[in-house]
Design a protein around this ligand. Structure first.
Ligand code: ADP
Length: 648
């Protein structure tokens, strides 16, 4: 049965979850011998020396996802560190493999991604657990829903390079001799370690490093110290993991505050800001206003990095430099000074300007930690008495919004719901789900105070208030910075793409329902709230408070909301952004707007708007919902436009 495999890149035992390609077969976990070649991932029931039979193989050209998976809780045969390989066959399949320890898993992921580096159609999102019946247990979406978790960038990042350098340094041979090493590691057998396994090969636990400081607020939580390591005990829930610190204390921590040590890469460095856009990096550095202040961020071209540097020479401005790689894989900003890794390169330029506008002197300090999904593990009910209410931030449809502090430390915004404006019990139920929605471009719902009336909705505080007011207030500066306007649209689109992926419809997307925070971050607020409003004037399309100007024909005609009606509203929001906060359709009355929309007349191109961006708006205003693009597609289109228009 064996073909001669001449180009084995990596091999070893792992536990494989059955793929259940035929429905109604039961799930099992079996120990398999995996061989990675440049073309296939082959799985057999034993090593080639031991009369093995090939059980199956995956054509690596068809692979679109290679990601860490969540642990399968309660499955005793599935102990270890799972990861998954998504690939196209006659259908879409996912192979789950379970490595012995995090190092082994990360080695396999790196090896597979390296072989698949040139694959087309690599997916941006995935589900980290197996499908259960017709639903994805990770996000409770139906089987056709797109992934709910963002994939890692696959390119040969410096982490890989650093790892291979590290291997070389440790004299760990590559290729077939590494294979022998692999073979010596006793894989964890279904049900636990094989009897007689030497203690040195006991599975290592997942270790994470804190990216931010975190102060525990409930007794079951654990505080985090920045840069400290923690052992993960339970990562079965998406947002709160149970971990152990070096002193043996255990408790829950927000999962977005840590990163797996093996996958840490550049995130351990203060100067690395991940996916921050060019425009936001400029805002951040200008705000700091220090000569030589810098950050490194992911470039808009996947897999590349950009250095953004602030200098006051001649006049204060930010310069952006691509970090390039030469044929030997070394990194450089100016070809004369090449370094083995990006951290080395940064270090070099901390001491020598080497052709840059300035030496790299400092990084922005006191950057805010992200919001957590709820104020503690499994917490969404908030005690009124633990909120200190301060100044009024504004008032809207539901009542007054005030700035507040929870337990004297966490800044929050508190929406005090006017009694009788919403169906409270239904909303409170929904709030439990909504606290679990977490994305950089969504205003985080922390929870509700529902034990007394009026009920309070407690959310993340956003320093600069509503996007609409922000656009109007800074009209003159913003209209001269079209890149920033486009970036705002892209940020909203990212938040909406997350909602779309979770099959969550906003129903009232508009600039007035987005908020602006520090570093020019824009977040979508009030998603899904419209469903709980009791006021007919707001909910019925004939009502005076109904957002007619943001509504597509199918909503005006049949009140048919969908992610595609959100897309129409998003087009109008883009128009608001590029008009710096003008009212769509000017002073036209609602009835006149309806007439225009039904006739297929659309909003005109705003003065500050690029032609390409207006073309995107027009696609959002396709009369038939099915002709409108998805947020996911829109996001990619806008990023491509931004890359073309602006030098990265
Ligand atoms: P409603 O939903 O009742 O219409 P809004 O959400 O529009 O109320 O809030 C009214 C105003 O309060 C907003 O325009 C904004 O200025 C302010 N506001 C609301 N939420 C926040 C927040 N999370 N952070 C800061 N300001 C906020």
């Amino acid at each position: 049965m064996h073909s001669v495999q001449t180009d084995i890149i990596k091999q070893g035992f792992m536990v494989k979850r059955s793929q259940n390609k035929k429905p109604y077969t039961s799930v099992n976990y079996k120990k398999r011998w995996l061989s990675l070649t440049s073309r296939y991932l082959i799985y057999s029931d034993n090593t080639p020396e031991n009369k093995s039979e090939i059980k199956g193989r995956i054509d690596l050209q068809n692979v679109h996802t290679i990601e860490v998976a969540n642990k399968f809780i309660g499955v005793k045969d599935a102990k270890g560190e799972p990861f998954l390989i998504g690939y196209h066959g006659d259908e879409d399949y996912t192979l789950f493999l379970i490595a012995t320890d995090p190092k082994e898993r990360s080695d396999w992921i790196i090896a597979l991604r390296t072989v698949c580096a040139d694959n087309k159609n690599v997916k941006p999102f995935y589900h980290p657990v197996p499908l259960s019946g017709k639903r994805w247990p990770c996000c409770d979406a139906n089987r056709n829903a797109d992934g709910c978790k963002e994939c890692e960038v696959w390119s040969l990042r410096p982490t890989n390079k650093e790892i291979s350098t590290r291997n070389k340094e440790n004299d760990l041979p590559n290729g077939s001799s590494q294979t022998q090493q692999q073979q010596q590691v006793s894989p964890i057998m279904p049900g636990g370690a094989a009897p007689g396994t030497p203690s040195s090969t006991k599975p290592k636990t997942k270790v994470v490093v804190a990216l931010f400081k975190y102060k525990a607020s409930e007794s079951g939580d654990l505080s985090l110290d920045k840069n400290q390591e923690y052992e993960v005990i339970d990562d079965s829930q998406e947002h709160w993991w149970k971990v152990k610190d070096s002193k043996g204390n255990t408790g829950y921590i927000p999962s977005n505050y840590v990163k797996e040590k093996e996958l840490l890469g550049l995130q351990q460095y203060e100067w690395y800001v991940n996916d921050m856009s060019r425009q936001r990096s400029e805002s951040l550095l200008k705000q700091e206003d220090k000569e030589g202040c810098f950050v490194v961020r992911n470039s808009s071209t996947k897999g590349l990095y950009t250095l953004s540097l602030y200098t006051k020479v001649q006049q204060p401005h930010v310069k952006h430099y691509h970090i390039k790689q030469n044929s030997r894989g070394e990194f450089f900003l100016s070809e004369k000074h090449c370094c083995i890794s990006i951290p080395d390169l940064i270090n070099y330029h901390k001491h020598n300007s080497g052709g840059l506008a300035s030496r790299l002197k400092t990084t922005p300090c006191d950057r805010a930690a992200p919001a957590t999904a709820g104020l503690s593990h499994d917490k969404w009910e908030i005690d009124h008495n633990e909120l200190m209410l301060n100044e009024e931030l504004g008032s809207g449809q539901f009542g007054v919004v005030r700035k507040g502090k929870w337990r004297g430390s966490i800044e929050v915004a508190v929406k005090m719901m006017k009694e009788g404006t919403m169906s409270e019990d239904d909303f409170i139920e929904e709030a439990k789900v909504m606290t679990k929605l977490q994305h950089t471009n969504l205003v985080q719902l922390y929870g509700v105070c529902s034990k007394k009336r009026p009920i309070f909705i407690v959310t993340e505080y956003m320093k600069y208030g509503s996007l609409l007011n922000h656009l109007r207030r800074y009209e003159t500066t913003l209209c001269n910075n079209r890149g920033l306007l486009l970036d705002m649209c892209i940020q909203v689109c990212k938040g909406m793409a997350y909602l779309e992926r979770h099959n969550y419809i906003h129903r009232d997307l508009a600039a007035r329902n987005c908020l602006v925070g520090t570093e020019n971050i824009v977040k979508v607020a009030d998603f899904g709230l419209a469903r709980y409003v009791l006021d007919d004037q707001y909910t019925s399309s004939g009502g005076s408070k109904f957002p007619i100007k943001w509504a597509p024909p199918e909503v005006l005609n049949y009140t048919r909301f969908s992610s595609k009606s959100d897309i129409w509203a998003y087009g109008v929001l883009m128009w608001e952004v590029f008009s710096c906060g003008k009212m769509p359709y000017g002073r036209l009355k609602n009835t006149e707007v309806v007439e225009r929309v039904q006739k297929g007349l659309i909003l005109e191109q705003p003065k500050a708007c690029y032609k390409e961006v207006y073309d995107v708006m027009r696609k959002c205003w396709s009369h038939l919902p099915e002709n409108r693009p998805s947020f996911r597609v829109l996001k990619d289109q806008l990023l491509t436009i931004s890359q073309r228009i602006l030098v990265d």
